[in-house]
Write a protein that binds this ligand. Structure first.
Ligand SMILES: Cc1cc2nc3c(=O)[nH]c(=O)nc-3n(C[C@H](O)[C@H](O)[C@H](O)COP(=O)(O)OP(=O)(O)OC[C@H]3O[C@@H](n4cnc5c(N)ncnc54)[C@H](O)[C@@H]3O)c2cc1C
Ligand SMILES: NC(=O)c1ccc[n+]([C@@H]2O[C@H](COP(=O)([O-])OP(=O)(O)OC[C@H]3O[C@@H](n4cnc5c(N)ncnc54)[C@H](OP(=O)(O)O)[C@@H]3O)[C@@H](O)[C@H]2O)c1
Length: 433
């Protein structure tokens, strides 16, 4: 009998899981990839920066998995809304949860909830055209913006803020968002790290790109680029060298300015009614290696604070969740009988797209070993149940129709290969005319 598996989430982890199931199973296997959005690929579509087209092209690999005869895409179906864990376990031999990490981590400082204090998750969703966020959510009317955090997401956000709308015109940024980016009043962007250049999480390739911005001068303060000790891995040495070279060069009068700052931690977001400033405290490392304040403060007059301090997963109803690590407790991917986990929900929100491939392969090895020789379920697949509930999943072909409409839109606007359709309704209209 066929082994039936449901994979929840169609990001890299979910799709690599489907691929590993087809490749590793020694018997017939049928995999349903269940996704809450009408569109597959998770953060590859709604996270990877629009100007990183070569990384986005990983979707061409993921697409081939969805086109395997053993794999089926069921879009617009949400675990916890349309389906429960019990529904899944009565229709499939096993379930793999791969729902990623969808919300922002909190700073826990006063003023964090003021209008103008924005989670990078929302801002990224905005410029990526995620249907949870409307194009009118942000107006870039402040001349100065702070981005807190020095990871790769912060670098993406900074780059999008620093570029002109013309520079982004050939990307898939929704047209309304591009227009808002074109009206941006931003003159200065402050990217703020609470530790030193040697501790920054961004990678060398991504950092270097900031130095190539045509529309912004990148500035680093000499005293903040000083790094004591020298025995660092190659990537970190590279970051330090790049930052020190920027500290040594003078601005050349480009329209925007990017200040990359270190050893400053946010202590309060200031403002009455909306963000008017950000208060920072200079830091140092304690003898135990913890970040501690020095009692020296500085305020920068920003009208927007973008908090890019990491993503985190949300609990799925009926699935165990560790509130401390914000992940699903597992052993090599196994949660409990017939339930498994993969990707950011399994390991936390770090790692590049490729990391999810070996991670998914591990989960699948565990699953197949557990289920070897066990009786298969004889119940019908999930279709009848969804039908009874009036849920009509978006099929893979319908997703292709959305993609085609995005291509047609780009052509009509004279923009690149594709322009994202904004909002669920527009997507559903495109695939179910
Ligand atoms: C802003 C950003 C930019 C990035 N850029 C890069 C990059 O340039 N290069 C790189 O290598 N890595 C990049 N990464 C990292 C990479 O995106 C992740 O490693 C990867 O996407 C994690 O895969 P995942 O499948 O676990 O999660 P996700 O990609 O988040 O996929 C989870 C999927 O589950 C769906 N889902 C959630 N809840 C439910 C539910 N209840 N029911 C059904 N479906 C659900 C979601 O809609 C989503 O499609 C970036 C990450 C971020 C945040
Ligand atoms: N192009 C790419 O390959 C690409 C692009 C985007 C994302 N990604 C990947 O996606 C993953 C997530 O990236 P991310 O940038 O969200 O996370 P990240 O790499 O973990 O970076 C988070 C940043 O936030 C800082 N931070 C955390 N809490 C803070 C606080 N309370 N106050 C001030 N600063 C704080 C961290 O500083 P500390 O170090 O001091 O904690 C760090 O600088 C990473 O693995 C990343 O490499 C890759």
């Amino acid at each position: 009998m066929t082994l039936r598996v449901a994979v929840i989430g169609s990001g890299p982890a979910g799709i690599y899981t489907a691929e590993a199931l087809v490749k590793q199973a020694q018997e017939d296997v049928q995999v349903d990839v269940v996704e809450r959005l009408p569109t597959p690929y998770g953060l590859v579509r709604y996270g990877v920066a629009p100007d990183h087209t070569s990384i986005k092209s990983i979707a061409n690999y993921l697409r081939r998995v969805l086109e395997l005869p053993e794999v089926r895409f069921l879009g617009g179906v949400t675990l916890g809304e349309h389906l429960s864990v019990e529904d899944l376990l009565s229709s499939y031999d096993a379930v793999v949860y791969a729902t990623g990490a969808m919300v922002d981590r909190k700073l826990g400082i006063p003023g964090e909830d003021l209008p103008g204090s924005v989670a990078a998750t929302d801002f990224v969703n905005w410029y990526c055209g995620h249907p949870d966020v409307s194009a009118s959510m942000f107006t870039l009317d402040s001349p100065e913006i702070a981005v807190i955090g020095v990871g790769n997401v912060a670098v993406d956000v900074v780059r999008v803020l620093a570029k002109t709308a013309e520079e982004l015109s050939s990307t898939d940024v929704p047209h309304d968002v591009l227009e808002r980016l074109g009206e941006s009043q931003v003159k200065a962007i402050h990217m703020i790290g609470r530790r030193g250049p040697e501790h920054a999480k961004f990678t060398l390739k991504e950092l270097r790109e900031l130095g190539e911005l045509a529309n912004a001068d990148v500035c680093v303060r000499e005293e903040e680029a000083v790094v004591l000790g020298g025995d660092f891995p190659r990537q970190i040495r590279g970051n330090i060298d790049v930052l020190r070279s920027w500290a040594a060069r003078a601005p050349v009068g480009r329209p925007r300015r990017l200040d990359v700052r270190f050893w400053l931690r946010p202590v309060e977001i200031l403002g009455t009614g909306r963000v008017e400033g950000l208060r920072l405290e200079r830091t140092r490392l304690s003898e135990e290696g913890r970040v501690v304040g020095t009692g020296e403060f500085e305020t920068i007059p920003v009208g927007m604070v973008l908090r890019s301090v990491g993503y985190q997963s949300v609990p799925l109803p009926g699935v165990p969740f560790d509130e401390r690590s914000m992940t699903v407790p597992n052993e090599a991917g196994r949660i409990r009988e017939r339930e498994y986990v993969a990707g950011w929900l399994k390991r936390g929100p770090t790692g590049v797209i490729g990391t999810n491939k070996s991670d998914a392969a591990e989960t699948v090895r565990t699953l197949l070993a557990d289920l070897a020789g066990r009786d298969r379920l004889r119940s019908a697949p999930i279709d009848a149940l969804l039908d009874d509930r009036g849920v009509r999943p978006v099929t893979y072909d319908e997703w292709l129709a959305i993609e085609a409409a995005e291509g047609a839109l780009a052509k009509s606007l004279g923009r690149g290969e594709r322009v994202k359709l904004a909002g669920l309704e527009a997507m559903l209209r495109a695939c179910r005319p």
